[in-house]
Every structure is written in structure tokens, then in C-alpha cells.
Design a protein around this ligand. Sequence first.
Ligand code: MN
Ligand code: MN
Length: 299
Amino acid sequence: MGSDGRQENNVSELTNLFSLRKIADATSGFDESRYVIFGVPFDGTSSFRRGSRLAPDTIRLAYDNLESYEFHYGVNFSDIPICDLGNLSVGEDVSEVIDDIEIASRAIVSRGKIPIMLGGEHSLTVGVVRNFSDCSMIIIDAHSDFREEYMGNRFNHACITRRSLDILGPGRIVSLGTRSVSMEERESLQWKDVRFVSANEVREKGIDKVINELDSLGMQKIYFSIDMDGIDPSEAPGVGTPEPYGIHATDVRALINHFAKKIVGFDIVEMTPVYDNGNTSMLAAKLVQDFIGSKEKPR
Ligand code: MN
Ligand code: MN
């Protein structure tokens, strides 16, 4: 030990053994990156089936099984400057976690980079959205998440659409896949300020017609938030609050493909590995590729 350098060698050996998990294609440093991924292992306000705090690393593990070359988009992800910061250190107070997410994502956005957050529960989205107050928002979710407060907390994961409305204002949020709404939410005066596209509406019209209608809203910059329970439980069983009769993963992919060039920030939340058969984490990893792939696809 001491000046013979053995101590340093021991430390580097340990670092190799305990290396932090990153998205496999995230080989870029922060400064030269275009996309910045970070995980937030927090599910403190989740009420039913907790476990989304375990999702960030599970999604990274699933990602290891994807090819770096993406056949559909014709891009090689290992050539794209992607940085993975790892997981945010979190405490128990959701408001403090959201504040930290706001600070972290501001550092990313202010340098012209695109944040990709892996939750964690849906309440976390508010922290990122605070940096996008001039943007529109597309949410995928079975739930309207439109409560003024839940369990005595305005930052509960059941309030995220409402909190985003506080920031963005009326007429700028579209939530797709809706099929679970309380009467209190449906009768609130602000209900009309968000365009809720129910899962039934997507099924009846088809996603192409829905996309045409959304085009007429003239959204320019879009923050895109995917609550995995918006997708049908048969395709995404590993979620905290599953809800039957959802939209298809291919519907979500079509939305991402269509709006990619306008999307300025992206998150995937509410994936819960404990209840997964492996397909939900795989789908979440693939949605990260869908987002980056459709942004980088040669025109
Ligand atoms: Mn939600
Ligand atoms: Mn939900």
C-alpha cells in the first residue's frame, strides 16, 4: 500500500467489478452528446403496485439485447452521440426529487441537448416539463392523472396531467389512451383544457386519422411522456396500475415516428419490473430506440 501504487490498482479493479449500468449505445460523454439519458429510481407516491423505482436499470439491461443497427430507421445507434448519466440520487420527498429533476434537466436543456428520462413513477415528469413551459405535450396514459391532489399530495403520480396543465396552460396537452377517469376529474372545470383521446377513439378511428387530427393543432415543440400503462396490458404487463383495453405499442410508435422532429424531450415512466414477463422492459428499451431512431432517420 502507499507509494508503490497498489492502492490505486485495487481501486481500479473494484471500479471494473462494480461498473454502473448504462444504455449500451450511450458511449458519448456529456459535452459532445446530443441525447442525454438519466434514470430516476423513485416510486414513493405510487399507491397500488410499487416497483417502478427498479425500472431504469431493468430497461438498460433489456436494451443490451437490441442491435445497435436499427433496420427500420437505417441508423446505427453507436454512431449517435448519446450520453447516459446513470441514476439520479433520490430521497423520500417527491417534491424534492421533482426539484432535483428540474435542475438536472435544465442543465441538459440549456446546453441544447435532448433529455430522455427513465422513471420511476409519472409524478417525476413535472420536473422536466418545468423546463419546457413554451411547449406542447403528448402523454400516453390509461389514466387521466387529472386530480388536483391525491392522498393529500399535489405531486402524486395521479396528478401529473393537472400539474403539467398548470405549467403549459390550456389547449397544449394531448393525452392518448385514456380509459380510467374519476367522476371528479371528468367534471372538473379544466377538463376541456386538455384533449383526452380515449383508447376507444384510437381503436375506432385508427391511429393515422388521430394523427391527422393532432396535426391540425399546430404543435411546434412537443414534450413526449409515455406512461407504459397506456399500452394494452397484453403488450405491457409490467406496470403499477394496469388497465384493460389499451392502445397498441405500434400506435405509440406511429406517434413517435410522426412527431419525432418536433419532440424536444422524452420520458418513459411507470414500468414495474416486478410484474413483468420481460416484454415491458424490452418494449421500453425499444421505445428509446424508436425516439432517437426517428429523430436521426435520414430524411
Ligand atoms: Mn400516469
Ligand atoms: Mn397511468
